[in-house]
Design a protein around this ligand. Structure first.
Ligand code: ZN
Ligand code: ZN
Length: 271
């Protein structure tokens, strides 16, 4: 029982801060917050993601490029350009590392309003931190596991954030249903997404990238959205109500049908 609670707790809490802080806030600026709150959420994200902490800055930059180039050869992660799930995860990791250390050149317009706290990134990325958190997971299982098979869950704890990323980047670009016709393979993975806290409404999200609510149809409940409304009420964050796409226009990064057609034509002409 303790192991089950620990596993579910780690899954949901780390995913909550990934979708709330790294995805909706850092990458898409769906809401604003003060520097103080930003730092608070940096620290909480580090605690929740533990050994698989991802820099919100590197996450945001890589993710903006995913929206801009979804399912083309410039996409950081696309099932169309990977042999299998593992291949895509490894490519994503190399891409992320290059974004993190600055060796990947990125156009200035993708860097607008990206949070940056080098100290916390250094801490979260350090071997000391990674090993410390793996030690915590192992300690928990040694203390509370009631059967040897439970130890098989430890690698999932260790790589929780990449596992969450892979579920969406692979499966939600392969399986599901579409509400919106897009020039990419994004799908809504589940009609009701409690498992991935709304991240599974990926087709909706590609259509309206900077919307705080990922649900679109009546049954598409986004479990994170009520928390966003609550945080807004408590003045922890400020939702961009009047100008939903204005902060940095990430929505406009998603290539519209005409741009896509024009690019395709250029490519065909070259070929
Ligand atoms: Zn996508
Ligand atoms: Zn996104």
């Amino acid at each position: 029982m303790a192991v089950l609670l620990f596993f579910l707790g780690h899954h949901y809490f780390s995913l909550f801060f990934q979708t709330f802080f790294q995805h909706r806030y850092a990458a898409h600026a769906a809401f604003r917050m003060s520097k103080g709150w930003e730092r608070f959420f940096y620290v909480i994200t580090w605690i929740m993601q533990g050994s698989s902490y991802l820099s919100p800055r590197a996450y945001a930059l890589m993710h903006r490029l995913h929206h801009a180039y979804a399912d083309t050869d410039k996409d950081p992660h696309s099932p169309l350009f990977s042999k299998n799930l593992m291949d895509m995860m490894m490519k994503t990791w190399r891409y992320y590392a290059a974004v993190y250390d600055g060796s990947m050149p990125i156009e200035e317009n993708y860097k607008k309003n990206v949070p940056d706290w080098k100290f916390m990134d250094k801490v979260g990325h350090s071997w000391a931190s990674r090993i410390f958190w793996v030690g915590v997971y192992i300690w928990f299982y040694v203390t509370f596991a009631t059967s040897p098979w439970m130890y098989l869950l430890i690698p999932i704890h260790m790589f929780m954030s990449p596992v969450h990323g892979a579920v969406i980047n692979w499966y939600a670009h392969k399986y599901g249903y579409e509400n919106f016709e897009m020039k990419n393979t994004s799908e809504n993975l589940f009609p009701v997404d409690l498992l991935m806290l709304g991240e599974g409404y990926h087709n909706n999200h590609h259509k309206h990238a900077s919307r705080a609510n990922f649900g679109s149809r009546w049954h598409e409940i986004d479990p994170v959205y009520p928390f966003i409304l609550l945080f807004d009420k408590l003045h922890i964050i400020r939702l961009n109500k009047s100008m939903p796409d204005a902060i940095m226009g990430v929505n406009r990064l998603e290539r519209d049908a005409e741009t896509f057609a024009a690019e395709k034509k250029d490519k065909d002409m070259v070929a």
